[in-house]
Write a protein that binds this ligand. Structure first.
Ligand code: NAD
Ligand code: UFG
Length: 334
């Protein structure tokens, strides 16, 4: 089966491609390399011994997408391409709405023209806004997103629901990721954002390598076990495997459904810092600063539905996440 992976040279896309290739899928990638590097394709080859067909370009480019579908018999699409920096989206909302929404609309249009109606979409736990209850089940209220990035995910979920209503031949899996961290155990692919990271694990890693002097912890006055924010961190390899299960699922039946991809366990910022220190035997200096606007206190999944419907559950521990995140950076810096 041939899968088009949009945003395939990115963090989650590259790990998912490794899982697809390992299972005999053929992979075609489109990415404009706005937030990734072409060198990732060589690393994927090193890991899997297999090659993918790559198109450099924007998913908003209808002519390019059309030629990709003409040149390759695409049977399903995993749509990762999108901009994802929460803070940047607040400053550049038009860029985010334009990029994330119009690339999805163009993709759906072209898929429909080529009668390819199997789609896996990268959504986010951010669609739950301030959680109605914990742990979150897929039927919990969505909405109340606190930034344009989150709102693009919410809007795309709605668009996909409407597309399905208009044409029930579609088969769509909406995957709501919790907090992906970690890296491929080979240390060849992982996450290495340019500049100062927004997210916790990339920041911790840069403190560990000495690129940044200390971590700032955004608030220790939340109503959590140690006062710091609680999240459901999930190893990116586990997450990648969830996409294989989703592709298998949508290949067999039409419909639209949402799945939480998380571990079901909430760890605090201090839990993550301590575990990182222990596993990697390195000190992470930190200071407590005021809360970051827009942050929720605690959010974690109930992952039972994905287990029941997709036969998927996360296997890797927080220790493996901390070890693999650091290992990747050490290997990349060599
Ligand atoms: P990433 O930035 O590493 O990968 C996204 C890729 O898409 C990049 O390679 C980028 O160059 C490409 N891209 C962006 N816009 C494009 C366009 N218009 N045309 C072609 N390529 C384009 O991000 P990631 O962490 O791998 O995330 C993948 C998806 O998962 C995104 O949609 C993101 O919003 C979603 N998601 C990520 C997280 C997370 O914490 N990493 C959490 C929830 C959801
Ligand atoms: N944090 C710090 N210091 C930092 C960075 C983060 O204390 O330098 C804290 C945050 O306050 C929060 C926790 O670490 O309590 C996790 O923060 P992240 O920025 O790593 O992750 P978020 O949960 O805020 O957001 C992430 C993605 C969003 C996505 C969301 C849900 O950035 O895109 O997970 O999937 F929508």
């Amino acid at each position: 089966m041939r899968i088009l992976v949009t945003g395939g040279t990115g963090f989650i896309g590259s790990h998912t491609i490794c899982e697809l290739l390992a299972r005999g899928y053929e992979v075609v990638v489109i990415d404009n390399l706005l937030n990734s590097s072409i060198s990732c394709l060589e690393k994927i080859k090193e890991i899997t011994g297999k090659e993918v067909k790559f198109y450099k370009g924007n998913v908003q480019n209808k002519e390019l997408l059309t030629s990709i579908f003409k040149e390759n018999k695409i049977e399903g699409v995993i749509h990762f391409a999108g901009l994802k920096a929460v803070g940047e989206s607040v400053k550049k909302p038009i860029l985010y709405y334009d990029n994330n929404l119009s690339s999805t609309l163009t993709l759906i249009e072209v898929m429909s023209e080529f009668n390819c109606k199997n789609l896996v979409f990268s959504s986010s736990a951010t669609v739950y806004g301030n959680p109605e209850k914990l742990p979150l089940t897929e039927d919990c209220r969505i909405g109340g997103t606190t930034n344009p990035y989150g709102t693009t995910k919410l809007m795309i979920e709605q668009i996909l629901q409407d597309v399905y209503v208009s044409d029930p031949e579609w088969s769509i899996a909406i995957l709501r990721y919790f907090n992906p961290i970690g890296a491929h155990p080979s240390g060849l692919i992982g996450e290495n954002p340019n500049g100062i990271p927004n997210n916790l694990m990339p920041y911790i890693v840069k403190v560990a390598t000495g690129e940044l002097p200390k971590l700032q912890i955004f608030g220790n006055d939340y109503n959590t076990k140690d006062g710091t924010g609680v999240r459901d961190y999930i190893h990116v390899v586990d997450l990648a495997k969830g996409h294989i299960k989703a592709i298998e699922k949508i290949n067999n039946k039409t419909g639209i459904d949402c799945y939480n991809l998380g571990t079901g366990i909430g760890y605090s910022v201090l839990d993550l810092v301590r575990t990182f220190q222990e596993v990697n035997q390195i000190e992470i200096p930190y200071e407590i600063v005021k809360r970051r606007p827009g942050d929720v206190e605690a959010i974690y999944a109930n992952p039972d539905y994905a287990k029941k419907e997709l036969g998927w559950s996360a296997k890797k521990s927080i220790e493996e996440m901390c070890r693999d995140s650091y290992n990747y950076i050490l290997k990349t810096k060599k």
